[in-house]
Design a protein around this ligand. Structure first.
Ligand code: NDP
Ligand code: PYR
Ligand code: MG
Length: 753
């Protein structure tokens, strides 16, 4: 990632509405009645109910999803005591992270109080507003007493994130780093630089996970905490070493682990070189780490390095924890965040790093293949699985340890709910993928000499969606596999040009020649075409040697379409192929057809488009409710394209009366059922939300889906080719791995019949 300049950082914060957060109403407020409900007199009723029963605050107010990020600015990142106001950008930043990663709303509260009593009293006084308290950037040793007292005196979860959030994440990182370095936690020698909030909590958690207290040396700003030191606070006293050493440099000789939670730039390359083999260096000070990632990597080859920064690999930062720990705690109304919940988070985070990484993470970090190892010991901050993995583990631990005030009956449903809440789960794709997994099919990838195609095939293979057949030069394919550490064991590779495939080429050519002989194709030409992977792959499907075909990554859409028509042909009874796009909206998926094939459809082809679209929706377990859209309503214009739409509708109503379809209608009547039903009460899709739109021409369909995608910012799946006699699918040229995987699942479902 390119370095961020000061100018850029200031502009980011200043631009538009200053700062990073705003408050958004969640209830209607446009009418006088709305206001009377939102405020007086309506608001009095929930007030009186809450007066009688305090827990009703969770029913009638935002309390249950509201966390306070509270700081007095005495230890802001590694910037030190810069005061509450100067710390506000960090607290707003935490608010932003809470919202985007776990949909928790946050008020950031900067308190002008360094005195422990005053700070505690302030937090207690405002606590009724919140469902949880996240203490932030409060310096040691005051932070320990502040947290202890608030935990004791409040009945909502309180967590000092710099202590426990950091301890949880760095422990997860440590477990994985030791596994990679093949070391046992009970044997490792750990040097902790820093003896403040984060360092003390991390060290305590390391010990509870198995590090031996006698194997720990802790340093503060004055050097090693040893028995010569005086005036140590109670927390530091627990870590006095009896080793006769005074400096960080001495402590690091032969150490296995360096944990830095202090200040930037205090660790030299030479110190790193003096450590034991496979050393673990967690340089976690922010914004400048104890040693830069580059210097640490440069110091020695066997090192495992992590920093707190977002712009380097292995980011150990409490952002991987606090959003999800509070999410889990709030969802079961936990009265505390206890040790059991912390340990559950450690293992949930550590284990997630060992699972195969979703494509969205590769895309977000612009990395081709992220796999568990030295450079990936901990999940990435943008990993969408964190919310369901960590929050579920925390909530379960809260229930099991008896601090939960409400129960979750169905953990799978809770996990799904979290994914949907964060928009990380696409219900439609989940259905398609589940259907695909139920009966995976042989999918032939015609362009397997491309990394994206191979990566998609690997994921499809490992996720049990498809059985890939890869067409391409085996040397090229194997080179890409080796260079990118892909694993395609079990996938068949076919070199269509080799002499062993000659017989098959001739066989396929004969079939094609028979099919197209009267349409101008000579047998010689057919043989030549079998050296083209798109033709060969399509023939594999046609001949039953594969179930579905995918191409388009490096082939023009219309070229692939042409092969589909010539080799595979159309489904029985169909006179046209159809292109369909799926637009993912907040209200659910919307299906647009035809978006890519028929430039000037006739009434017959509009009928075919409607029937094919309806069939596909049913394959996706969706009952089609379809509108044939135009610029007029139910015959209001008696010329031009509305006429052919009317003809199509008449035919559909006559021959397929069971189908929920009507038109022609304008888009606003299709989208707004109240408007439609009140104006045209006779309409056949009365009371229904339309989920599929049939366009009167290719231009309108194509323009509409691109407007939704690019201007509306909606995710788009497709175009998907419909109406072929067998499963034949074309991905957009140069598309992402995700798009190829999605198309694979669709192709498999299509092939299932
Ligand atoms: N990556 C992450 O997720 C997180 C990183 N951090 C980082 O950890 C650091 C400490 O934060 P926090 O614990 O909240 O702050 P504290 O103020 O509570 O602690 C700071 C500690 O650093 C010690 N220190 C300062 N200078 C040196 C030095 N030259 N050598 C050794 N120790 C030194 C201080 O020593 P003394 O006691 O003598 O004053 C003190 O013990 C910050 O840089 C912060 O950004 C914190 C939380 C999370
Ligand atoms: C990440 C964090 O909380 C800190 O550096 O203080
Ligand atoms: Mg902090």
């Amino acid at each position: 990632m390119a370095k961020i300049t000061k100018k850029e950082a200031l502009k980011y914060h200043e631009e538009g509405r200053p700062g990073k957060i705003e408050v958004v109403p969640t209830k209607p407020y446009r009418t006088q009645r709305d206001l009377a409900l939102a405020y007086t007199p309506g608001v009095a009723d929930p007030c009186l109910d809450i007066e009688k029963n305090n827990s009703d605050a969770y029913r009638y107010t935002a309390k249950g999803n509201l966390v306070a990020v509270i700081s007095n600015g005495t230890a802001v990142l590694g910037l030190g005591d810069i005061g509450p106001l100067a710390g506000k950008p960090v607290m707003e930043g935490k608010a932003l992270l809470f919202k985007i990663f776990s949909d928790i709303d946050v008020f950031d509260i900067e308190v002008d109080a360094t005195n422990v009593d005053k700070f505690v009293e302030t937090v207690k006084a405002i606590a009724p507003t919140f469902g949880g308290i996240n203490l932030e950037d409060i310096k040691a040793p005051e932070c320990f007493e502040i947290e202890e007292r608030l935990k004791r005196e409040l009945d909502i979860p309180v967590m000092h994130d710099d202590q426990h959030g950091t301890a949880i994440i760095s422990s997860a990182g440590l477990l994985n780093a030791l596994e990679i370095g093949e070391k046992k936690i009970e044997d490792v020698k750990v040097v902790v630089n820093g003896a403040g909030a984060a360092a003390i909590a991390c060290t305590k958690l390391y010990i509870s996970l198995g590090v031996k207290p006698q194997n720990v040396v802790m340093c503060d700003s004055r050097g090693v905490i040893n028995d010569k030191r005086t005036n140590l606070n109670e927390q530091k006293k627990q870590f006095i070493t009896n080793r006769k050493i005074n400096t960080l440099e001495e402590a690091l000789v032969d150490a296995d682990v360096f944990l830095g939670l202090s200040v930037g730039g205090i660790l030299s390359k030479d110190m790193v070189r003096s450590m034991a083999k496979n050393p673990v260096v967690f340089a976690l000070a922010n914004p400048v780490s104890e040693i830069s990632y580059e210097d640490a990597m440069d110091a020695r080859e066997d090192i495992i390095v992590a920093t707190g920064r977002s712009d380097k690999p292995n980011q150990i930062n409490n952002v991987l924890g606090f959003p999800y720990i509070f999410r889990g705690a709030l969802d079961v109304r936990a009265t505390a965040i206890n040790e059991e919940m912390k340990i559950a988070s450690v293992y949930a985070i550590a284990n997630l790093a060992k699972e195969s990484v979703p494509e969205s993470v590769h895309t977000a970090y612009n990395e081709a293949n992220i796999v568990f190892g030295r450079h990936y010991i901990i999940p990435k901050a943008l990993d969408p699985r964190l919310v369901s993995n960590v929050a579920v583990a925390v909530a379960k631990a809260a229930v099991d340890s008896g601090v939960a005030q409400s129960k979750i009956e169905d953990w799978d449903a809770y996990s799904e709910e979290l994914k949907q809440r964060l928009g990380t789960e696409n219900q439609l794709l989940r259905t398609i993928f589940n259907n695909a997994k139920r009966e995976p099919k042989r999918v032939v990838y015609a362009e397997a000499n491309n990394f994206n195609v191979l990566k998609a095939a690997q994921i499809a293979l490992h996720d049990g969606i498809a059985k890939p057949i890869l067409l391409g030069n085996p040397d090229n394919i194997n080179k890409i596999i080796a260079e990118n550490e892909l694993d395609l064991e079990g996938a068949e590779i076919i070199d269509i040009r080799c002499k062993e495939e000659k017989e098959r080429r001739i066989h396929y050519a004969n079939i094609l020649c028979e099919k197209r002989g009267r349409k101008g194709l000579t047998c010689k030409e057919a043989i030549e075409k079998m050296f083209d992977r798109n033709y060969f792959g399509a023939m594999m499907v046609e001949n039953g040697d594969a179930d579905a075909f995918i191409s388009g990554y490096a082939t023009r859409y219309f070229q692939a379409l042409n092969i589909a028509s010539k080799v595979i042909g159309m489904e029985e009874g169909m006179k046209t192929l159809v292109g369909m796009n799926i637009i993912m909206t907040k209200k659910g998926p919307l299906f647009f057809a035809d978006t890519t094939v028929n430039a000037e459809p006739t009434a017959e082809s509009l009928v075919d488009t409607t029937l094919t679209t309806a069939r596909v929706l049913r394959k996706f377990n969706i009952e089609p409710v379809m509108a044939m859209v135009s610029y007029s309503n139910f015959g209001s214009v008696r010329k031009g394209s509305p006429l052919k739409v009317r003809d199509a509708i008449d035919k559909l109503h006559a021959d397929h009366s069971e189908l929920m379809v009507d038109g022609e209608m304008q888009m606003n009547f299709a989208l707004d059922k109240k408007l439609r039903d009140s104006t045209f009460s006779f309409n056949k899709i009365k009371g229904k939300d339309v989920n599929a739109f049939i366009f009167p021409s290719l231009s309108s369909g194509n323009i509409a889906y691109k407007l939704m995608k690019d201007l509306g910012g909606h995710e788009n799946i497709g175009p998907i080719l419909l109406g072929t006699a067998k499963s034949f699918h074309i991905v957009p040229m140069g598309c992402s791995v995700r798009e190829i995987i999605n198309m694979t699942a669709i192709a498999v479902v299509d092939a299932q019949g």
